[in-house]
Design a binder for this molecule. Sequence first.
Ligand SMILES: Cc1cc2nc3c(=O)[nH]c(=O)nc-3n(C[C@H](O)[C@H](O)[C@H](O)COP(=O)(O)OP(=O)(O)OC[C@H]3O[C@@H](n4cnc5c(N)ncnc54)[C@H](O)[C@@H]3O)c2cc1C
Length: 301
Amino acid sequence: MTASLVARLPRVRGNYTASAPLKDLVWFRAAGPADVLFRPADLGDLRQFMANRPADIPVTVIGVGSNLLIRDGGIEGVVIRLPAAFGRIEALAESRIRAGAAALDAAVARTAADAGVAGLEFLRGIPGTIGGALTMDAGCYGTEIKDVFVEARAINAHGEILTLSGAEMDFRYRHSGPQNVIYIDAVLQGKPGNPESIRARMEELVAQRESTQPVRSKTGGSTFTNPPGQKAWQLIDRSGCRGLMHGAAQVSEKHCNFLINTGEASASDIEALGEEVRARVKAKFGIQLEWEIKRIGRPQA
Ligand SMILES: Cc1cc2nc3c(=O)[nH]c(=O)nc-3n(C[C@H](O)[C@H](O)[C@H](O)COP(=O)(O)OP(=O)(O)OC[C@H]3O[C@@H](n4cnc5c(N)ncnc54)[C@H](O)[C@@H]3O)c2cc1C
């Protein structure tokens, strides 16, 4: 079935892989396969794919899967993962940085530090890509992408390149407006700073994070958004969920808004655990937690 899907796709210079395992491409190390995984050779190749693909075949783009729960039945259609060609990072004039969508946030922070650009230190501790950060309005310790955003370029469903302003991005808490676009790069605004002090600040943030979050575990980061005026982790803790398990999935003992895969948990174990946490918090406090982690794909048939 997936091989016949490949036959319907446009000719490209990059690679198509049918029934591609995604498990090793996501932080949870639990995921079903992609019907087809597409790694475009470059921007021209990606545009040509988008412009010529059959409209009935769904397309999903993923970053490094640090905010994704891909269900065990896998993802229908084509999954696109941008290769290193989309990861270029360069310092521009006026303390600006241009970063490709596949660039890791941490690498962007390091390049900014080397160039004497302050204000992007927060990116050092977020384990995703710039594409994921734009989608999620990623942030920590009081700064989010929206605070440093100048503009982004994206490809739309017809293969056209759009330049998006801050207003068009419509950033909200862990959310941005544009749908069905593939980000290709972004320009971020910092301010002049001293590389040594920027690096010292980044190291502080990393140490703070390592002491409070299970950053070396198979996890998806914060599972639920904080309800207005509340901290999700506190509600989860007070509902008696710290350490709760479902199969090999566990509510982290270290930070109970993190779910971790302690071994061979399936995506369905992780999702079921999350739903159990939601039910317990709802029963205890009457508050419905909302998933921050994006859950995509088909349940196991
Ligand atoms: C240990 C840990 C700590 C974390 N700490 C934080 C934190 O402090 N703050 C925070 O905000 N988040 C945090 N996260 C969550 C996660 O790192 C961020 O949401 C990150 O921005 C996701 O980036 P990604 O590349 O992994 O995207 P993915 O998880 O692969 O995808 C997330 C979403 O982005 C979309 N996407 C990815 N790339 C593109 C693209 N090029 N074009 C269009 N859409 C795209 C995907 O379709 C999906 O909807 C943490 C996660 C972990 C595992």
